[in-house]
Write a protein that binds this ligand. Sequence first.
Ligand SMILES: Cc1cc2nc3c(=O)[nH]c(=O)nc-3n(C[C@H](O)[C@H](O)[C@H](O)COP(=O)(O)OP(=O)(O)OC[C@H]3O[C@@H](n4cnc5c(N)ncnc54)[C@H](O)[C@@H]3O)c2cc1C
Ligand code: FES
Length: 343
Amino acid sequence: MVESHKLTVAEVVAETADARSVVLRIPGDRAEAFRYRPGQFLTLRVPSEQTGSVARCYSLSSAPHEDGALKVTVKRTADGYGSNWICDNVCAGMEIEVLPPAGVFTPKSFDADLLLFAGGSGITPVMSILKTALREGSGRIVLVYANRDERSVIFADELAALGREHADRLVVLHWLESVQGLPSQAHLRTLAAPFAEYDAFICGPGPFMDAARGALKELEFPRQRIHVERFISLGGNPFEAAKPAEAPPEPEKPTALSVELDGAQHEFSWPRREKLLDVLLDKGLDAPFSCREGQCSACACRITSGEVKMLNNEVLDSEDLADGIILACQSIPLTDDVSVTYE
Ligand SMILES: Cc1cc2nc3c(=O)[nH]c(=O)nc-3n(C[C@H](O)[C@H](O)[C@H](O)COP(=O)(O)OP(=O)(O)OC[C@H]3O[C@@H](n4cnc5c(N)ncnc54)[C@H](O)[C@@H]3O)c2cc1C
Ligand code: FES
């Protein structure tokens, strides 16, 4: 069970009429637990009279180099419970229960040229990636940023300032629905065409992400250079303690598991009814995860031999599956030998 932490809210910033940034103070003794990579997210516990609590993920819009504080930016979802609760109730001095950073929506190299697509609140992880790349990398960066109208553009001033400061490396292409209509696949393909050698990162509403992915596929971007982050609400609640499962009989021979993680190779015996992530955490490996429900993709890895079955998958699409990507938190083995890699 991942450990949650109570953090104090240092500040709440009204970014637009319907988006708030929540800045969390990290005490010195938690600095290690809250070290993060740009593009990662926190999971917040939102109290609820109905259910005790709900868990909601919010990407970090701060960048690791900025200072000790962590910032998430929450946009109200129409009729949404968690986002409206946060925007209406969170204030400076309040304590919030939070799971440490997780997620795999992060560039391998900040020296690569980056093509970033953000729609609405999808700017949050993209902003963190962009600021880090400008500070630590050397590549060129193109941001295609779609919004309903001018007033709903989160971080408009900060982006304008970064554009002036890094005019040689950063181009921001704003798309306003109120002026240009919804961005179609054809529109996005035209915008992306000059940057077909860049690494692409996409985050935003479902139709926007579909259009951006479709555009990149038409431009023959290889799958490995397209990274997506889906904003969904967790159905389960990782803050509630897992119920102890009754130990089932384990008649079958365990699978021989080979795992490559953080540059090291590990061999384990994998009981046929256990999920891959549970085995790795039991063995003391620092395997990534967040929701443990097949909903966030923080635990994604690649199968290089053998077969597994996923008990639930709400994030990987057919292309991911064709590439051998699996969710460790939902995978049980089907073959006598299985090899996976997190590289
Ligand atoms: C990796 C990741 C990163 C994300 N990053 C961001 C981000 O940076 N910014 C951002 O704005 N969003 C982000 N999201 C989306 C965010 O997690 C939420 O999905 C979003 O804010 C909508 O949540 P909501 O509760 O407001 O809406 P909904 O999930 O639509 O709320 C409705 C749900 O709440 C339940 N509900 C209603 N009332 C209650 C009640 N009283 N008690 C308990 N349950 C109730 C309903 O049954 C229904 O299931 C991210 C999501 C993911 C997975
Ligand atoms: S931890 Fe979220 S999908 Fe596996």
